[in-house]
Ligand binder design. Structure first.
Ligand code: CTP
Ligand code: CA
Length: 226
């Protein structure tokens, strides 16, 4: 199996990539969000297109990143919207890669008008509720037999042990685990990771451009698509 070579090995395949980070609104001007830039997901979309795939990119709050050429981009804001768009696109996909940072919780209520301070009063606590787990859902209920599903996990401690547990919990085929650090991951052009397979494989990807990690993910996906 040739690795790291750009050949149209994904020609005739449809892949779905989610990218960016969801924002969960509190009121018309405020949200709960995260630091995901969307760069890793965009690199995945670009490299899949370069390898001949039809690509649907579900992009959450990635303004500033140019739409990759030849890729269908669906813009979403919240986790609930991301779920809807991913489920729709996954229905006819050979592979789904969840690179988006999905908010685990959202505010239980949305204030239709801007929340205002009241003189001399403490703020109301923000009550949160769980968001749906999209990766677990699409892994448990595959839209197509043989569909390959990939998750991402950024961890700060016990990276590999936590990654293994997460892979099992999610039920996906591959989990790209990276350690959150100074130069890595959020907003960076570089990344370093280990790709864990449900079949027990462990593929280290050295520190390098997000494209290189993306190509390794597609190598592993292509092997599993057969
Ligand atoms: N994910 C998802 N839906 C969610 C949360 C996460 O689909 N509601 C996906 C992410 O896109 C990612 C993977 O699950 O591909 C792992 O995300 P992560 O936040 O590491 O997993 P969690 O199960 O939320 O675990 P943690 O409590 O560590 O945040
Ligand atoms: Ca999470």
């Amino acid at each position: 199996l040739a690795r790291g070579v750009t050949e149209p090995d994904l020609k005739g395949r449809h892949v779905v990539v989610s990218a960016g980070g969801t924002r969960e609104p509190l009121d018309p001007v405020r949200f709960l969000g995260n630091r995901s830039s969307g760069k890793q997901g965009y690199a995945l979309a670009r490299t899949a297109a370069a390898r001949g795939a039809r690509v649907t990119l579900v992009a959450a709050n990635t303004t500033g990143l140019p739409d990759p050429a030849g890729v269908d981009v669906v813009q979403v804001g919240t986790a609930v919207q991301l779920r809807e768009a991913v489920l729709k696109a996954a229905a006819e996909a050979d592979a789904v890669v969840m690179a988006a940072a999905v908010a685990d919780f959202r505010p239980a209520t949305y204030a239709a008008g801007k929340i205002k301070k009241q003189d001399g009063q403490d703020p109301e606590p923000v009550v949160l509720i769980r968001n749906p787990d999209i990766l677990a859902e699409i892994s448990a209920d595959r839209a197509r037999p043989g569909q390959v599903i990939v998750g991402f996990a950024a961890e700060t401690d016990d990276v590999l042990a936590n990654g293994r547990k997460k892979l099992q919990r999610k039920g996906c085929d591959l989990l790209v685990v990276n350690e959150v650090g100074e130069r890595k991951t959020f907003g960076s052009e570089q990344n370093e990771a280990v790709v864990l397979g449900a079949d027990g494989t462990e593929t280290p990807v050295p520190y390098g451009p997000k494209e290189a990690l993306a190509d390794m993910v597609w190598d592993l996906v292509a092997e599993r698509l057969g």
